[in-house]
Design a protein around this ligand. Structure first.
Ligand SMILES: *[C@@H]1O[C@H](CO)[C@@H](O)[C@H](O)[C@H]1NC(C)=O
Ligand SMILES: *[C@@H]1O[C@H](CO)[C@@H](O)[C@H](O)[C@H]1NC(C)=O
Length: 212
């Protein structure tokens, strides 16, 4: 049989980095996306409690870095003050450090990738998400929930809330579409009551159930 044996390909340093490895730890990453008021925070807590994931919020990590007063924290603070977008690399570095420091190997990454640039930059880490959990909720329902949280000051809130929706649609929907095309999006009808949403979440996470 004339099997053609390919000459061994030259392995570049980049290719040596195996898929989903972080140092010597193999990690499972789930991206969690959803608009403001979609209830993803509540469900993240449920997933942490029932399925043993560690919850990482990109926003929280950035705020913690600023609060630490480190050189990087000061840089991040200044960028935000100047209205600049914090480079994806900075956020990704914080996510990687948090995953390395944590003993767990299953992570929910909440509110990231926020846009296509974040998404593309994360691909350089060679960690690809197991799937993307998308809490889909109508703007009417999210608005109702957000307004219900803080009574009074309704008028200026509506304006702010709608701006946040717009940013979400413009920045994050393309990310969801990208992963949808790869069949990696698990869409949740987040307009339902919290316990019903959690039933749907449970069905998705069943394969990741904690060993007892
Ligand atoms: C500061 O940020 C740079 C660039 O993102 C990174 O290489 C470095 O490790 C960070 N330093 C600390 C102490 O986190
Ligand atoms: C969210 O759900 C609505 C109603 O089911 C649907 O029309 C819409 O396409 C969904 N949005 C996305 C981004 O999938």
């Amino acid at each position: 049989m004339g099997t053609v044996v390919d000459a061994p390909a030259v392995v570049t340093e980049k290719e040596v980095v195996a898929e989903n490895m972080l140092g010597d730890k193999k990690v499972t990453v789930v991206f969690v996306l959803g608009g403001p008021g979609s209830g993803k925070g509540t469900q993240c807590s449920n997933i942490v409690e029932h399925f043993g994931f560690t919850h990482l919020s990109a926003g929280d990590l950035l705020r913690a870095e600023i609060k630490s007063g480190s050189e990087n924290g000061t840089m991040i603070e200044n960028m935000i003050k100047e209205g600049k977008i914090v480079p994806s690399e900075v956020t990704i570095k914080l996510l990687q450090q948090a995953m390395i420091k944590n003993e767990n190997d299953k992570f929910l990454i909440d509110g990231f990738p926020r846009n296509e640039e974040n998404r593309a930059a994360f691909e350089n880490t060679k960690i690809s998400p197991a799937f993307v959990l998308f809490f889909n909720c109508s703007e009417e329902e999210m608005e109702r929930r957000l307004l219900g949280r803080n009574e009074g000051r309704v008028d200026d809130n509506i304006e702010t809330i709608r701006k946040r929706f717009k940013v979400f649609v413009e920045s994050s929907l393309p990310v969801i579409e990208y992963y949808d095309a790869k069949d990696k999006v698990k869409k949740i009808d987040a307009a339902k009551p919290i316990p019903e949403v959690f039933e749907d979440v449970k069905a998705i996470f069943a394969p990741y159930a904690k060993a007892t």
